[in-house]
Every structure is written in C-alpha cells, then in structure tokens.
Design a protein around this ligand. Structure first.
Ligand code: AMP
Ligand code: MG
Length: 521
C-alpha cells in the first residue's frame, strides 16, 4: 500500500538534470539538480505530524499508517517519482562560498491538492552530491526546532515553508555542538517540509557564477511560468518585474520577522527563498530582551552580521546579490538599481507602519518616525521582554490607567532597575503615547483588539523549544505536543497556558540551546 497523492512533478521534469547518477560528492555543472535517493533509516518511528499539513496535501487519516511512515522516513519511494537534490550556491556571511546545494535535503515529489502545489522535501535523509564534508543527516534537536517553528510561524501569519512530519530515524548522529572538539552521538531525525518551491537566491547565483546563462534563463523562465505566472511570458521586462516581486515578498517577510521578534540567525543568500518564505530554521531565536544587537547564532557572535536590527538591511544586501545573478538576463543595470532603491524607501515605510500597528496607531502624524525611534531607545535602556511588553501595552489601553509603566512592569527583567532616569524616560514616552492616541478615531476596544492581533501572546521562546528537546530526547513527546497545540493560536488568550506567557526563566539565560545556538545541526 502506498499514499494516494496527486503527483505533479515539474522541477525535475522541466529543468536540466545532472547527467551523473552516482551519489558522489562533486561540482555539478549545467544543471539545476541531481537525482538521488534517500538513505534507508535503520528503525524509523513517527514522532509527530502536522494535521493541517496532512490535510493540505490531500491525505486523511494517513498519519498512523505504515505507508506514511515509509514515505516520510525515506524508507520507500512514492511510485513514479525520482527524488532529487537541488544545486545552489550562496554568499555566506558576506563572502561567495561557491557551490553549496541540498547537502541533506532530498525532494521527494511535487504534488497538487486543492489548486495548490507543494514540493515535499526530506531534511536529514542522507548524503547527496552536495553534502561536501558533512553526513547529510540531521539530529532530533535541530529537527524539533525546525518542525515546531515552521508551523508556529505559519500560525503567526509569517510567510514560511511548512512542516509535515517529524520522524526519528533510529540512527545515531555524531555532532560537536560547541565546535570545541567534543563530539557526541545524538538521535537522528528527519523532517518532511513542504513549500510551493524551495528555490533560493543561491539557485540563480550558482548559474550566474558559472556563466551558464542558458541554464540560468531556463531556471528564471521556469520560476516565472510556475510561480509568477501572472507576470506574463518571460522577457527582459518580465525578468525585471520578477525581481521586483521578489524584493516585495522578501520585504514583507522580514517586516513580519521584526514584528514578531524572530531572528533568523543565518541570512546567507542560500537561505533566502525566491518566494519570500522563511526557510532553513537553524540557529534562529526569538527576541526576549528587546535588543537590536541580539543574534542567537554563536557562529556570528563577533560581527553580529545577522542581528535583529540589521535584518531588513541584510535582505537588501542579499537582493543585490540576486540582482547581480539576474543581470545577464536583463543586461541593463538601471532597472535593477531602481528596484533596489525602491526597496530601500519602501522598507522604511513598511517598518514604520508595522511598528505603528503594534501600538494601535491607525492615523498618520509627521512625527511618527521620531516617536517610534524614541520607543526603540527606551525599550533598549534595560532588559525588557518584547512579547510581554506589547501585550501589556494593549492591556494598559483597556484599563485606562494613569500608571502605564506599572501595567507593563511584568515585562521588565530587572524591575529594580526601573527607577531614576530609566523610569523618567518611560514616563515621558508614555505621556507622548497618551497624547498621540488622542489623534486616533477608533474606539479603545477596536484598538486593543487590533493590537492583540499583531502582537502575539505566545511565541516559541528559545527555552521552550529546549524543554521540548530535552523531554523528547528521553522519549517524552508531551512538551512537543503541548507546544505544537499552543502555537496554533498565538494571538488568542489561552487561560490554561498562562505558564508560557512569562519571561525567559533565569536558568535559560546562558544555557546552550536557549540563548546560544551554533550552526551544528
Ligand atoms: P545551512 O547553513 O544549514 O543553511 O547549510 C549550508 C549548507 O551546508 C547547505 O548546502 C546545506 O545543505 C549544507 N549542510 C548543512 N548541514 C549538512 C549536513 N549535516 N550534511 C550535509 N550537508 C549539510
Ligand atoms: Mg541552508
């Protein structure tokens, strides 16, 4: 028995394949992907499946079935399919890294259900021609983080790749978490993720770097025809329009990140989706203490290139690299440059509007940008929890209190510090907020409801993911189950779950996996 999926393969049918079929590590030329089959796991078991995604791909009660486990552990292949790893390159931490590619991701197939297309991809299912020096595997720890966070982001309304299933492989995987020469064995796992396409900026960059304009054109045409069909038939003008749409989608994505306090951690161009989806959940983190300089990624701790506050600028840098890759198709720099200039202007406006929405401001005032800047400054005077602050701020509107600072005090990590100059700065800001609110025409009730629809109450705090990991490592998946359910309704009040609406506990402040994450996964 196998799964009844409506298979509609396009990528590995319409685009040039690597002619070499052997699964050896190599440089691949003139091709967009290589055929490869997943490694058979020794003793797979299903840990979790996302009911929403099971439904979205057109399966019903398949979750408990052996066929489901067989396919999404990589033990069996879907009939009439040819799995493949995609070829891409990328700029890592500002430098061209050459060929990267799906080193441990294997696309099983593309399917269509209810007029939506999904590529189904196993992450951690063994080596591919792009594995370079690594093993093609993934550990339970990082797989839980990807699984929980991709579904949580979806429910937060942030564009993202999705997660269908989380499987334990039954194999042991050696990892040096701290990169300090002390590797240990961890449980291996496989996540099946889903997206309309897993194409990255890097898929275009590698072909431009190889000066393979013929294949580059094929890939751009394919992408436009299958994912940007409304732009019309490919032409120089349409390539520029395509680039423009990528800039808009990427901007929307990063503004959502800023809104919910998500820090990706590794915004290399190989981790930038051409569809503007959050992709590759590695050493990401959630801003607890509101700090523009924070990054969860210890590998980036010196330069903090990918810190929270620079994410919108890094998107611009990455878009510039994509523009360079698309240039051979357009052969004119001006259209690309003006689109990049538009991004620069638009991202400022979008950021301001997003911050205003967090404060419940609907009208415009010429001083709004200064008012938001002042909020950012005062938020960074002491350790303050971003998520709790904005929810309590909404609550302070309802209570109509004169002591707004008192109402948000739960958000402060060191309440004792909130005196003297810091307390004064807050009082000044709050009185400006009260003044500013007088310009608003909506009722308090409407404003508060709106604020609570853009400021999540529940996010996947770093320590929460770690609690799920620690339990799962001992075979207890109850925390994972609870968090999965909790994060389906991040904006709602969940009286039974108030225990998750608290500041990061002290034990998590400097714990590996909570505040510090490496790329080891
Ligand atoms: P990342 O920083 O996780 O986005 O990965 C960068 C590159 O390294 C990509 O080409 C990945 O496929 C590859 N990679 C990461 N981990 C592994 C692994 N365990 N085995 C093979 N390739 C990997
Ligand atoms: Mg990656």
């Amino acid at each position: 028995m196998t799964l009844k999926l409506n298979i509609k393969n396009k990528f590995n049918v319409q685009l040039p394949a690597d002619p070499v079929l052997e699964n050896s590590r190599r440089q691949v030329k003139n091709a967009c992907f290589s055929f490869v089959v997943p490694k058979r796991p020794s003793n797979p078991s299903l840990i979790h499946a996302s009911p929403e995604m099971v439904d979205a791909i057109g399966l019903t009660s398949a979750m408990e079935s052996k066929a489901f486990l067989d396919i999404f552990s990589g033990s069996e292949l879907l009939p009439n399919t040819r799995p493949y790893a995609m070829c891409y390159g990328g700029h890592q931490f500002g430098n061209w890294a050459g060929q990267l590619g799906d080193g441990r991701a294997i696309n099983l197939a593309e399917i269509e259900h209810q007029e939506k297309n999904w590529a189904l991809q196993l992450k951690g299912a063994g080596e591919t021609p792009y594995s370079r020096t690594a093993d093609g595997l993934a550990v339970l720890r990082s797989s839980i983080r990807e699984y929980l966070c991709s579904e949580a982001m979806f429910h937060l309304g942030v564009p993202t790749t999705r997660a269908l299933s989380l499987v334990l492989s039954g194999d042991q995987v050696l990892r040096d978490v701290l990169y300090n020469g002390n590797p240990t064995f961890e449980k291996g796992a496989i996540v099946c993720r889903a997206a309309p396409s897993f194409l990255r900026f890097g898929n275009f960059e590698i072909l431009a770097a190889q000066q393979d304009v013929k294949t580059l054109k094929k890939l751009a045409d394919y992408t436009i025809q299958n994912h940007f069909a409304h732009l019309g038939s490919p032409s120089k003008e349409v390539y520029a329009k395509f680039f423009k749409e990528v800039t808009v989608k990427s901007m929307e994505m990063v503004i959502h990140w800023q809104r919910v306090g998500f820090v990706h951690g590794v915004m290399n161009t190989d981790n930038m989706s051409i569809l503007g989806l959050t992709i590759d959940y590695g050493p990401y983190g959630w801003l607890e203490d509101y700090d523009h300089g924070w990054t969860p990624n210890t590998t980036d701790s010196t330069h903090k290139r990918y810190r929270y506050g620079t994410q919108p600028q890094i998107v611009l840098w990455n878009l510039l690299k994509l523009a360079n890759a698309l240039y051979p198709l357009i052969e004119e720099a001006e259209p690309l440059q003006s689109i990049l200039a538009e991004y620069q202007a638009a991202v400022k406006v979008a950021y301001l509007e997003m911050m205003k929405s967090k404060l419940g401001l609907f009208t415009s005032d010429t001083e709004d940008h200064l008012f938001i800047e002042k909020l950012e400054n005062v938020l960074q005077l002491s350790e303050i929890d971003m998520t709790i602050f904005f929810r309590k701020l909404a609550a302070s509107n309802v209570s109509n209190t004169t002591d707004r600072l008192g109402t948000v005090s739960e958000a402060f990590y060191k309440a004792r510090e909130i005196k003297g100059e810091i307390a004064d700065a807050w009082k000044v800001w709050f009185s400006k907020y009260d003044q500013r609110l007088k310009k608003e025409t909506k009722s308090t009730k409407e404003r508060v409801a709106y604020m609570n629809s853009v400021n999540p109450k529940y996010v996947l705090r770093n320590y929460m993911a770690q609690l799920a990991i620690d339990a799962a490592d001992k075979g207890d998946y109850s925390v994972l189950d609870d968090l999965f359910e909790l994060l389906k309704n991040p904006y709602g009040e969940q009286p039974k779950n108030e225990k998750w609406f608290v500041k990061r506990p002290d034990w998590a402040r400097n714990k590996i996996g909570c505040s510090m994450l490496s790329c080891s996964s």
